[in-house]
Design a protein around this ligand. Structure first.
Ligand code: PGA
Length: 240
């Protein structure tokens, strides 16, 4: 099982230091792999605080070129160099707020893989797609269009856009169905039998246990509820 804490643009240096102290009280399990995605500027700081614990750090994004005249961007090579094991690619906030399209996301994922980072590719439908009964079609197209060549160690995060930060989640049956569809897609098209599919979107203390027990769910991508160490610990414990 896999759990990711996506801190987005939250937590400063002091809060990260406090958070890291709590991590020492975690009862880590070999059954759970965990990764924290801090703001870019604190990756190095967090990495050094927790490098002896069984929890990795990751980048929230990387550029599609490995170097060059791209002011303000971050290279996958730099993330790797700074201790990252994972990178999030295609998060809906970046798709919407930064106009990242599928082709660009594919390039970002490709560059990340070429830099030996493990990619968490985020996909998920809009509310209108779901209402029109087109959620699966929309997600399949996202995967088809964004999938890098020779992918390995790939994780798919199913994050319905309407569920992110909204306190709304699909029913457990709906989550099971979408995850099952994604797994079948990889089996049918790539002969990949064990693709890891995690769920994200308003996972919290109250619903995490049920979501993690749901068939086809291999873990979670946690935003708001991962900002408090105690809450993240309880969510982590629910995965064991
Ligand atoms: P949320 O965010 O848990 O706050 O809904 C999840 C995400 O955006 O990855």
């Amino acid at each position: 099982m896999f759990v990711a804490a996506n801190w987005k643009m939250n937590l400063d240096k002091n809060s990260i230091f406090e958070f890291s102290k709590h991590l020492n009280n975690f009862k880590f399990s070999s059954k759970v792999e965990a990764c924290i995605f801090p703001p870019m500027t604190y990756i190095d700081y967090l990495y050094n605080l927790i490098k002896n614990l069984p929890i990795s750090v990751g980048g929230q994004n990387c550029h599609f070129k490995s170097s060059g005249a791209f002011t303000g961007e971050v290279s996958a090579n730099f993330l790797k160099d700074t201790g990252c094991e994972y990178v999030l690619v295609g998060h809906s906030e970046r798709r919407i707020l930064n106009n990242e399209n599928n082709a660009e996301i594919k390039s970002r994922a490709q560059t990340a893989i070429n830099s030996n980072l493990k990619v968490i590719l985020c996909v998920g439908e809009r509310l209108t797609d779901r209402e029109e009964g087109k959620a699966l079609e929309y997600i399949e197209k996202q995967i088809n269009d964004c999938l890098p060549n020779n992918f390995k160690n790939l994780i798919i995060a199913y994050e319905p856009i309407w569920a992110i930060g909204s306190n709304q989640t699909p029913s457990l049956g709906e989550i099971e169905n979408v995850h099952g569809y994604i797994k079948k897609f990889f089996l049918k098209n790539y002969d990949v039998k064990n693709i890891c599919v995690i769920y994200g979107g308003s996972v919290n203390l109250n619903n995490s246990k049920d979501i993690f027990k749901t068939k086809n769910v291999d873990g979670g991508l946690i935003g708001g509820a991962s900002l408090k160490a105690d809450d993240f610990k309880k969510i982590y414990d629910n995965l064991k």
